[in-house]
Structures are given as C-alpha cells and as structure tokens.
Design a binder for this molecule. Structure first.
Ligand code: THU
Length: 161
C-alpha cells in the first residue's frame, strides 16, 4: 500500500499586482458580468480569455427555465473561442462572479464541468492555459488547467488499455 500526495501551487494577489494586460482581461470579465442571464440562481458570472495573438473574448453564464440547459460563463467563451479561432491557443482566462450587484469576496473556483472543458483545451493546444480566479478583494492565479483537475480523465485515460 502506498500513500500518494497531490499538491497544487497557486498565487494569491491583488488585481493591482498583476501586469496591466491581465488587469484589462479581468476588467473585460467584469464588464461581461453585465450580460449574464441568471434569473434562477441570481449568480452572475463573467469570463474573459486571451488568445495567442492578443485577441480578448468574453462570455457569461446563460441560464434556462430547464435548469440543465444553462451554461457557465467559462464554457460559453471557451467554446466560442474554439469554434471561431481554432488555430489560436487560449493563454489566459479570467472569471469573476457577482451577487446582488456585488462581486463575491472570494475568488470564483470553476465548476467541475468547466475544469474538464478547460483541460481539454489545454491538452489540444499543447500550451498552458493560466487562470485568474477573481474576487472583489483578491485573485488566485492558477498556472494551468491541469493543476485544477488532478487524476484527470482525458483522452489518454479513455484510450488506456
Ligand atoms: N457558474 C458559472 O458560470 N461559472 C462557474 O465557474 C460556476 C457557476 C454559473 C452556473 C449557474 O448559472 C450559476 O453560476 C450558479 O451555479
């Protein structure tokens, strides 16, 4: 019997401590919160990603009276990027949530489905995708999508003998 350990390293900082292009990316995510459609959860999420060529794309959560139809902000913008910019790698992605018009105090951790989607993108593009999980007061900088999903189920696991 062997005990194994998985550790994740990330940075906690204030928005002002980040490089200005990343601050702009976070501001784009904040702006996108305004177009979130979340009449059921009242949890408004905005996401912004940056492509290799510097293009910034945004998305937000879109809910539905049939609850499972709703989609998270991250997957909306990620799928848009993959559908329209298939040859561009996603280098950075920022997310932030607001409740009752106020950004949440703590950074927003992506849901399990979004982690899986982010991992697929990272593996397909063979380039690290940095995540900026934002709250009103602090940001968690996650070095890669893989680091958020240990013991991952991926293409390699699917084809494993
Ligand atoms: N949501 C996101 O958009 N991103 C996340 O990372 C977590 C959750 C959305 C889904 C749903 O519309 C609402 O937030 C509450 O779960």
């Amino acid at each position: 019997m062997t005990e194994k350990k998985i550790t994740t390293t990330y940075i906690e900082c204030r928005i002002e401590e980040l490089p200005s292009p990343i601050q702009a990316l976070i501001n784009a995510a904040k702006e996108s919160v305004k177009n979130s459609y979340a009449p059921y959860s009242h949890f408004n999420v905005g996401a912004a990603l940056q492509l290799n060529d510097g293009t910034v794309l945004t998305g937000n959560n879109q809910e539905n009276a049939s609850y499972p139809c709703g989609t998270c902000a991250e997957r909306n913008v990620l799928n848009y990027a993959r559908a329209n910019y298939p040859r561009q790698a996603v280098t950075d992605l920022a997310i932030i949530a607001a409740e009752k018009g106020h950004y949440t105090k703590n950074p927003l951790p992506p849901c399990g489905l979004c982690r899986q989607a982010l991992l697929e993108t990272e593996q397909v593009q063979k380039q690290t995708l940095r995540l900026y999980l934002c709250g009103a007061e602090k940001v968690w900088v996650i070095p890669s999508a893989a680091s958020l999903l240990p013991l991952q189920f991926d293409a390699e696991a699917l084809h494993a003998e």
